[in-house]
Ligand binder design. Sequence first.
Ligand code: PMP
Length: 435
Amino acid sequence: MPAPLTSGSEALFARARAVTPGGVNSPVRAFNAVGGTPRFIREATGPWLTDVDGNTYVDLICSWGPMLLGHAHPAVVEAVQTAAARGSSYGTPTEGEVALVEAIVARTPVERLRLVSSGTEATMSAIRLARGFTGRDVVVKFAGCYHGHVDSLLAAAGSGLTTFSLPGTPGVPASSTELTLVLPYNDRAAVTAAFAEHGDRIACLITEAAPGNMGVVPPAPGFNQFLAETCRAHGALFVSDEVMTGFRVSKAGQWGTDGAVEGWAPDLMTFGKVMGGGFPAAAFGGRADVMSHLAPEGPVYQAGTLSGNPVATAAGLATLTAADDAVYDRIGVVADALRAGIAETFTAAGLPHVIQSTGSMFSVFLTDAPVTSYDEAQRTDVAAYGALFHAMLDQGVHLPPSAYEAWFVSSSHDDRAVQQVLDALPAAATAAAAA
Ligand code: PMP
């Protein structure tokens, strides 16, 4: 199959680079990890993306998670149109905010919730609140977990397990990360050691409920419960970041598959992506006594001009309302079909691979052993992924342009879309195996 024509995307990319750093408004979109020209998308419906050159692709990015129902879902479009026609932002409370918060409280263990506009804001605010509530300063996170571009969380592990961290990027002062401890994921001994040494200074431990930002690396059985118990034993708060997993892994996110079953709850949780239905809406919430420390009820300041925006809350509420059991069942069927096709074709091509999942959320590591931590994730064959990515793109399937991302599906991925992916896999696997 000849590669699709991309002159329109190329022209737009040149225009974009002249006025925007790297030509994109979020780095991973630039194709830096896989090379080539990012496709500028003109429109999307269901599981299909159409670029400015008229090429169509099966979408396996789904906006990096939000599009649980697929693109331009009729119920979401209608809710957004109705809301927008009533005015897009008032700076006053609205009924829609209450309804969205109630919907989230009904699905999760949080007792009180505050709406914000991005996952970054949610985690940043949760950490401020944890520090304000506990009167402590130290934050614990795991290597490979991404919680948005919060200064104190853009930290790289220091030289020893219980030493404080170094900035992960220029622009973050050492003083912003010197109170952050970065530990290896799934490593109970490292957690125990860090709390033994610094426990009375730790405000909170934040973790992705199931990491998806180093590829999908599920928590070992009982790991999240262990984290919750360790935090409680030391008077620290357990913050579970469900920005990616929330309302995707299950109706109640990752917590629905571990905490709900095992009988524990995080002190604070963060949400984003699916709950905004493709609009900028996110949230943090949790224990009522902790949340009551937030202004105006309590002293910890946090605010937002567009927080609880009426159009975004309408999109989010329509999405959560439409996400019934049939939606989750369909996503599971689609993910199963893709995982089976990947396993079969990659094996036939002699391409080493490990498929890792939490629920229907999965990623494919091009390596031959299971990945339990960020160090192990580094073993994935990045060059082979680049070849796989481009061979799929040339055949009308848009994978995430990075080897370390989850592949996202939606309930709108119908049999034709699934078949188009399955049909593209053999040639792509052969190309990747040869890379
Ligand atoms: N937490 C997690 C787990 C995420 O995956 C992300 C974004 N990928 C964020 C936080 C940050 O969210 P946002 O990009 O909306 O700021």
